[in-house]
Design a protein around this ligand. Structure first.
Ligand code: ZN
Length: 297
């Protein structure tokens, strides 16, 4: 199977990837100035009436920009599609190598052709298994070869598509009894043994009177949405954005951060009545969540 794929991929070596392209802009002073400013390159050769372009700008004059490349060949698109079909749907640029033959100057019109120089693999990497595709672009100024740009990408099948587990809570001696309660499907709120103030999340001492002594009250599970956020980004593999996380005010008067369930993320509103449930995430982890009561949804 792989051998067959290798033969098919190797058939693209030597075939054009871009044919007869012209740079979108001639070599010009504003782009040279922006480049030099961005890189902090103050070399005097890049300014003034006899300026040349920095050699490392070679690829700049060939770039397609946001509107892309018009001159990309069908052969190159087929090669990429073949790799996609083999599961190598991700791409990462790995390295680039340039040769500078003639200086480019403002006013030069750049033309270029790109050829698929090699397709090698399969190679197993930390990102996943895939194939290296190396292209060589010959860049000409007014018809004369000015430089050569080699560019290598890895087209690979990303590893690790299994569903990730939720992050684990940090359990210590100050909150162990809370998580033991959750395991029994009880939401326990701490109560100061001295001043009777309720507190959540769990703390080793009372923020009101400083007493280290406490007992617990089992929350009824009734509450309302005090505030909430909708998470879009960054994505985390265990979660499926967008989703809503609420700051729930319990009937007992303390507040807890938890997932909101039973309501679309864009239908959550402050003041909605919610009721406690327990979500078994996996064989080791259960967490409290709050379901929006149907009359409110
Ligand atoms: Zn207290």
């Amino acid at each position: 199977m792989t051998d067959d794929l290798a033969v098919r991929l190797k058939a693209y070596e030597g075939r054009p990837a871009v044919a007869g392209a012209t740079g979108k802009d001639p070599v010009n002073a504003p782009m040279i100035r922006h480049w030099c400013e961005a890189l902090g390159d103050t070399h005097p050769a890049y300014t003034g009436p006899d300026a040349v372009a920095p050699p490392a700008m070679l690829q700049v004059w060939t770039m397609g920009g946001l509107s892309g490349h018009e001159a990309r060949t069908d052969a190159y698109q087929e090669l990429l599609a073949l790799l996609d079909a083999a599961g190598c749907t991700s791409v990462v640029a790995t390295d680039c190598e340039q040769e500078y033959l003639l200086p480019l100057r403002p006013g030069d019109t750049v033309t270029f052709d790109t050829v698929v120089e090699s397709v090698t693999g399969p190679k197993s990497t930390r990102l996943g298994s895939g194939w290296f595709v190396t292209t060589r672009t010959d860049i000409r100024a007014d018809g004369r070869l000015a430089g050569v740009h080699r560019f290598r990408i890895l087209k690979y099948a990303p590893r690790g598509t299994r569903k990730e587990r939720r992050p684990r809570p940090v359990i210590n001696r100050d909150n162990a009894a809370y998580w033991e309660g959750v395991g029994r499907h009880e939401l326990l709120v701490q109560r100061c043994a001295a001043c009777r103030a309720l507190r959540f999340p769990w703390l080793p001492g009372c923020p009101d009177c400083g007493s280290p002594d406490w007992d617990t009250v089992r929350a009824s599970g009734e509450g309302t949405v005090f505030s909430y956020v909708v998470l879009h980004h960054p994505p985390f593999p265990a979660f499926d954005p967008p989703y809503a996380v609420g700051l729930i005010e319990l009937a007992e008067g303390v507040r807890i951060v938890a997932d909101l369930v039973g309501v679309p993320y864009d239908k959550v509103r402050i003041g909605m009545p919610v009721r406690l449930e327990f979500l078994r995430c996996d064989e080791e982890l259960t967490v409290p969540v709050f379901r929006v009561r149907e009359a409110a949804a």
